[in-house]
Design a protein around this ligand. Sequence first.
Ligand code: WTA
Length: 652
Amino acid sequence: MTDQPAGLYPPSAAMAAGAHADKAKYDEMYAASINDPEAFWGEHGKRIDWIKPYTKVKNTSFAPGNVDIKWYEDGTLNISANCIDRHLETRADQTAIIWEPDSPDEEAQHITYAQLHEKTCLMANSLKELGVKKGDRVVLYLPMIPEAAYAMLACARIGAIHSIVFAGFSADALAARISGSNAKVVITADGAPRGGRVTNLKDSVNQALINVMHDCKCLCVKRTGQQIAWRSDGDYWLHEIEETVSADCPPEEMNAEDPLFILYTSGSTGMPKGVVHSTGGYIVYASMTHQYVFDYHDGDVFWCTADVGWVTGHSYIVYGPLANGATTLMFEGVPTYPDAGRFWQVCEKHKVNQFYTAPTAIRALMGQGDSFVEKYDLSDLKLLGTVGEPINPEAWNWYNTTIGKGKIPIVDTWWQTETGGHLLTPLPGAVATKPGSATVPFFGIQPVILEPTTGEEIHETVAEGVLCIKDSWPAQMRTVWGDHERFEKTYFSDYKNYYFTGDGCRRDADGYYWITGRVDDVINVSGHRMGTAEVESALVAHAKVAEAAVVGYPHDIKGQGIYAYVTLMSGEEPSDELRKELETWVRSEIGPIAKPDLLQWAPGLPKTRSGKIMRRILRKIAEDDFGALGDTSTLADPSVVEDLIENRMNKQ
Ligand code: WTA
């Protein structure tokens, strides 16, 4: 292999031979998916059991003013039946979910498909008991416990739409999401153990419900048995209702286009939007990507370390793997508890075959040294995956050498909450990887690079610009909950007739794609999306803050950190105490993940004469890149910039 360019890692012969797709098969299937999407997706839609088979496959339009996306529109199915019931004949006693608790001293659970069926039915009937019907919304605010999966599948079973709120979000954020979807029930737990500490989730729910104006019941899972406050009305223990309901619940017949879930995600403006995913197209795509991208084979143990509060947990802990009859591992804890060897201890203990995590976790663990890895036997690992942000070469090398022992493929998967599943990714038996590149498109995906200002497609192979997608794929989001106009405006108005991803991208001479980061005001903190506008509005909601501007800056572990410039109301004095107060304030408004890493007092913000904040300049100062401030001649008051540079936080 002497002629291989540096940094090119071809699939091993053994991998290619045993994989679902080798190079020839990938090329052939990709060509087929683009040349005739109807035929391709018509065929692959059959991987799912339909109640009434579809006769129409694709009916999609990105046309301005008429964005409309439908897949398999006349088919009917039930996702819970696809993830559970259809496996019962052959896999009733196979483990569906391995649950590893926060503490290594607590026993892991192995939940079989038969048990998953029973638990899901009990939860589904409990929801019905609380009055939940097809089309109703149910919010989940849960730790990473098996009940989170039961609850998702129970909603899918009865046709209710779930909306999961990450349990690290604050009561205020939770209230906004319960109100936004007019949810009938919120499912939570008494407490959530994480990293050896326990948070009282029920308390947050109680607080949230004070600010919810409609009637919303609370279904509570007993996880820790700790003391919790019960509201006078509308609170129910799951285990108590379950004693009164049947352990069988027939799955509801759903249309392919019925919504399966809403998941709120940050955008560049305003409050988070409710991304809506459908039933048929979503499950076809989630299960197919899970099988091909991770090269999942029967009997493998698959572990995705995400939380079900994010899209990665939806598609690759629950729906994709279970639709494939897989054994999926669900982990309640954190990578560093009780020490930085936890991931590897769990891999050894449960003989994990595919391991999927985020670069931020890899960087954090790499920093703790190899001794935490060397204690464990990782010989069952066949594949490693990453998601969430571009992976830097140092982290890639460590992942490859120390975890993979230089022998197994790393799939770098690029996708978004909006895309439902992987769009750019290598298939491990087919595509040579390059560290830091999400490589090439999955079946059916037509990435294009546009010149950012003209919107012209760049046809040359080597290109750099904004990343758009030319045509629809089955798991594409269908709308923004309650606001189709916002959907069109956000994704289809800057570049007409394309889906705009919000990411910048480069294509190299081999046609490989390299994501260069967001081109909008979304930042990526520890692999989590954060709208800078959200943090700004939380800050200005504080009585002492007059104005705030938030940008990202490079952070060794988190990828990007949150840098906040804060202008106080006149008469207010900056102090360390006030800084702490504002940090606590943001935590309580949004959650710990939104807490600014650096907060600089700004007597003024750089603005144009028309009053627009010049974020470009703020970004450069936060990046410590003062030489590249660019044109500052349009500033209303250039001295503002000098002050900000003078007082930049953590000057290196
Ligand atoms: C970024 C997570 C580079 C990107 C599934 C995208 C990535 C945003 C990668 C979506 C990757 C995700 N390489 N960047 N492999 N994966 N991103 O909605 O900026 O939480 O637009 O979905 O994360 O984040 P989201």
